[in-house]
Design a protein around this ligand. Sequence first.
Ligand code: SAH
Length: 397
Amino acid sequence: MTTVIELTIASNYVKDYKAGYPLIKKDFIKNTNVLKNEGSIVHLVDQNRNFIAKGYYGNQNKGLGWVLTKNKAEAIDYSFFKSRIKEAMDSRIALYQSADTTGFRVFNGEGDGIGGLTIDYFAGYYLINWYSEGIYTFKDSVIRVLDELCEYRAIYEKKRFDTKGQYIDDDDFVKGTRGEFPIIIKENGMNYAVYLNDGAMVGVFLDQRQVRKAIRDKYSEGKNVLNTFSYTGAFSVAAALGGAAKTTNVDLAKRSQSKTIEQFSVNGIDYEQQDIKVMDVFEYFKYAKRKELKFDLVILDPPSFARSKKHTFSTAKDYSGLIKDTIAITEKNGVIVASTNNASFGMKKFKGFIEKAFKETQTNYRVLEEFNLPSDFKTHAHFPQSNYLKVVIVEKK
Ligand code: SAH
C-alpha cells in the first residue's frame, strides 16, 4: 500500500476546508515540502492529524491542487471519475437534447467536483482541458469514462501546464476519427466555426452564450455596432443576425481578420458589409474620436491583461478608463456591453468601475441587464473565484 501524504492545514483555515473550500492553497498548508510527484493523492488534516478532506497534488498558478472528496473511504479511482462526470453529464441533459445548441461545457472543474479539469462538447467532439500535470496523470480514467458514457467522433485535449501554466502546443488529438476543421457548432441557432487542433483557443468562448443571445434578440436591430477585442467576431455574428445595420470589429491579432470573415460566412452574412480592423483598440478610440464616429451599441470584452506595443491594459486597473473612452463614442441612448472574465474581483467592484467612468464624464446611465456564467459553467459555492464572468449592459443617457 502506498503511504498517504498528509498535508497539515494551518489552523486558521481548518474551518474553511471543513465548510467545503476546494483549493489546496500554498499559504493555507504548513508542510508543502512533502509534496513530490504531481498526481499524488493527499489527505488534508488538522494539527492533530484528524482527516478533513482528500485531494490531489497538481501545480497551477492558482494553487497546489484540489480537494476531491471529504469522504475518507472514497478512493480516487476510475469509479470516482465516473461518478462525478456522469453526474455532470446528467445535469446537462437539456443541452445534449437541444438541436439549437451543440456546443457547451460538460464538466466545469471544481464546480463539478474536480478542479483542474474541464470538458467541452462541440457537435460530436469532446475537448478536455488539463490544467496541471497532476490532473493529467488521471487521463486514462477520464478517457475510459468518456468511452463508457458517451458516443463521440473524437476526443481532443489541451494541456495547459507548461512552466508558466500556459498551453503546450502539441497535437491535441487523443482518439476517435480526426475532425476536419472547422467543424460547425450551433448556439441558439447561430453557427460558429470551431478548430480543436489549432492552438489554445478554439474560435468561440462558450461562456458568453447568454450574452450573444441577448445581443441578437434585444440590442441589435438596426444598430451601428462596435465590437472591441473582437477575436473571431462571435458577438458581431449575433448582432448581424439580430439585424444590426453594420458591425465594426477591432482586434490586434492579424488572424482575427480571416477568422471573423469565416464566422460571418458560415452564417450567410456578407462580410464585405462589415468592417474588420486589425488594430489596437486604444488607437481605434482615438481614430473614432477624430472622425467623430458614434455607435449605438459598443461591446467591450477585453482580456484580463493585455500588452500591445503602445499600451498595457489590466482590467483591474484600467476598466474605468476603457468605459470612459467608450462613452465618448457612444450615441445618446446607446448601449454598452461591459464584460470581464477577471476572477480577482466581483460584480460589485466591476459595477464600481462603470459607475466611476460615468461619474467622471458627468454622464447618466442606467443598468439594463447583468449576466454571470451560464449554468453549464457550474460554479463552486465555496469558491467565489469560480464565478469569474461578469457582464453588465448599460444604457447611456
Ligand atoms: N470578445 C471576444 C474574445 C476576446 S479574447 C469573443 O467574444 O470572442 C481577447 C482578444 O483581445 C484577443 O483576440 C486579442 O488579440 C485581443 N486584444 C488584446 N489586446 C488588444 C488591444 N490592445 N487591441 C485590440 N485587441 C486586443
